[in-house]
Design a protein around this ligand. Structure first.
Ligand code: XMP
Length: 326
């Protein structure tokens, strides 16, 4: 639409004025906000932007490829990928407590991200350039929530945690500061980003680690990734993506139950489907998915994911339940 064309042009102009001929970096999470912010800045300053994508190995099926291949193809952004799967899984070994998982993932993420920043700044310095700007996908609701200051998703405070010199300060570039989520999606469309990224449901930073109830292992992640991919595929096929706020699939990794699959008795794991509707994730209602969609998902998961022999559905609203199980 005209408005979105105007927003894009206006922001591109503003970004050029702010950054000039200096350099910027941007962390990509795979989510829509950071993707749209990065794409806008890329359009404004091209090669002066470097994006960093930390793959912690806790993403859903196909998501790392969406960033590494489809996003790069659509935008031409220069991307620095760090595959840190082993590091994260080593750090998570033996951990079952949800808050502990979050802490570990947050800590490792900052370390890996800062190491990447240092590398990128080193490269720039060799060419006599400086990296002065950090791009963030802060939205208008983030700005309002935090009383007009920087966004809640602000990672700037993390820069004191270690790895970078104390006097290092990035100037923030926040091209989405005046926009709501639906407008961000329209800008993403306007910039030609892949639909899978533009219409992606919110996904927690700690990823699938907080959807595996029990210890996080590579094998368990693979099981959950397969089950989750089926659920998402069928939701999309039913045309329900935009009616559902989020659709977590949860693996009860320490629970087993008896089943019959194929020729014999199995002793597998249950998964829980957790489709919810919501406006802002503060409250949520369990989504009344059509039974035929639930049936297809259940049949496919138990047929295609060997380790799962039972599919259940969570009919708890928030409150009292949270959207995520951990
Ligand atoms: P809950 O489970 O508290 O989740 O109802 C509310 C929303 O927040 C997301 N969520 C997180 N996002 N880091 C994030 O970036 C986290 O640690 C985290 N925990 C929950 C959740 O997916 C939902 O959208």
């Amino acid at each position: 639409t005209w408005t979105m064309v105007n927003i894009v042009e206006e922001q591109v102009e503003k970004i050029r004025t702010q950054i000039g001929d200096r350099r910027a970096i941007c962390g990509l999470s795979g989510g829509v906000d950071s993707a749209v912010a990065a794409a806008l800045v890329q359009r404004a300053i091209g090669e002066q932007l470097t994006c960093v994508f930390v793959d912690h190995g806790l993403l859903r099926k196909g998501e790392a490829e969406q960033v590494e291949r489809d996003f790069v193809a659509a935008t031409g952004v220069s991307l620095h990928v760090v595959d840190a799967t082993k590091r994260f899984l080593d750090a998570l070994a033996g951990v079952v407590d949800p808050e502990q998982k979050r802490k570990i993932i947050g800590r490792e993420f900052i370390r890996v991200f800062e190491a990447a920043e240092v590398e990128i700044m080193g490269d720039a310095a060799e060419h006599g350039e400086r990296v002065d700007f950090l791009v963030q996908g802060t939205l208008y609701p983030d700005v309002v929530e935090s009383g007009g200051g920087a966004g809640t998703s602000n990672i700037k405070s993390h820069h004191n945690v270690g790895g970078l010199p104390d006097d290092l300060e990035f100037e923030l570039v926040e091209p989405l500061r005046t926009l709501f989520k639906d407008e961000v999606r329209l800008v993403g469309d306007q910039l030609g980003l892949p639909q899978e990224i533009v219409w992606r449901h919110p996904f927690p930073g700690p990823g699938l680690a907080i959807r595996i109830i029990g210890e996080v292992t590579y094998e368990r992640l693979e099981i959950l990734r397969e089950a989750d991919a089926i659920a998402r595929e069928e939701l999309t096929r039913a045309g329900l993506d935009r009616d559902i706020w989020q659709f977590p699939v949860v693996l009860l990794a320490d629970v087993r139950s008896v089943g019959v699959q194929g020729d014999g008795r199995t002793y597998g794991h249950p998964v829980v489907l957790r489709p919810v509707t919501s406006e802002d994730a503060m409250t949520a209602d369990w989504a009344r998915l059509p039974y035929d969609v639930v049936e297809t998902i259940s049949t496919r998961i138990t047929n295609e994911v060997r380790e799962v022999n039972r599919v259940t559905i969570d009919v708890t609203s928030k409150p009292p339940g949270t959207i995520e199980w951990e």
